[in-house]
Design a binder for this molecule. Sequence first.
Ligand code: BEZ
Ligand code: FE
Length: 281
Amino acid sequence: MTPVTEEALHSLDATADPRLRELLTALVRHLHAFADETRLTRREWEAAIRFLTATGQTCTDTRQEFILLSDVLGLSMLVETINSDGHGGTESTVLGPFHMTESPERALGADIDLVGGGEPCVVTGRVLSTDGTPLPGAVIDVWQADDQGYYDVQRPDVQPPGNGRGLFTTDAEGAFRFRTCVPSSYPIPTDGPVGDLLRATGRHPYRPAHIHFIASAAGHASVTTHIFVAGDPYLESDAVFAVKQSLVRDFTPTDDASLAEEFGVPNPFRHARIDLVLEPS
Ligand code: BEZ
Ligand code: FE
């Protein structure tokens, strides 16, 4: 260990909060080991400082470039995996940067696609406890990109606020259903430093088509997750490493006029099913 590494580690000895001391000590150890291993040059250090400065300067009230950086480096998904218990509940995945506005409360069966034009789709399911008990009164917060691959906040000129979003409460059987359009795969924002990083590393920016969910119920831990559209070409190469096989769902082509009438969608339509299983807290 070089003297400066030892000194820097010693400087943390008086940190009162033991967890903060543990985190900072490990951070200094790993940063120094990184610089040492790569024989980091002054120029490279300066470039890294410029990159991180630009990342901060790209953040606004509606854009979080640091989270995006964490996402494309796989850190967000690693933290998500470390912190999910795995005791039989639905697997979690990244929150992402587009859960920034409150979803409007909607009645069960409502259409969250306020614009139209995409392929009509119905999503149905139940919220359950791990022992299979249905959870009436559970809340699911849903948000998704449209059929062009954009969230409402990205195209306020085309999509009204709340498009693709909804807050639903499950019925007496713990069931929910809503109408929407089949989401499209989409590129994460590439007009900032994270885009430069993707280009420099020859990576594409696409996420496979998905719908986001946060499910919560009294006495249970909430889960933040997605369902992914089976067959999407980016399932094997998600730009943010967030695909879990258990979350991939068929959006089944359905040609059934009476079912379409029951759901209030044009026939034919696509039907995705997801049960969201919460772990007792
Ligand atoms: C999203 O799914 O909304 C998302 C997640 C990570 C980075 C960018 C977008
Ligand atoms: Fe998304």
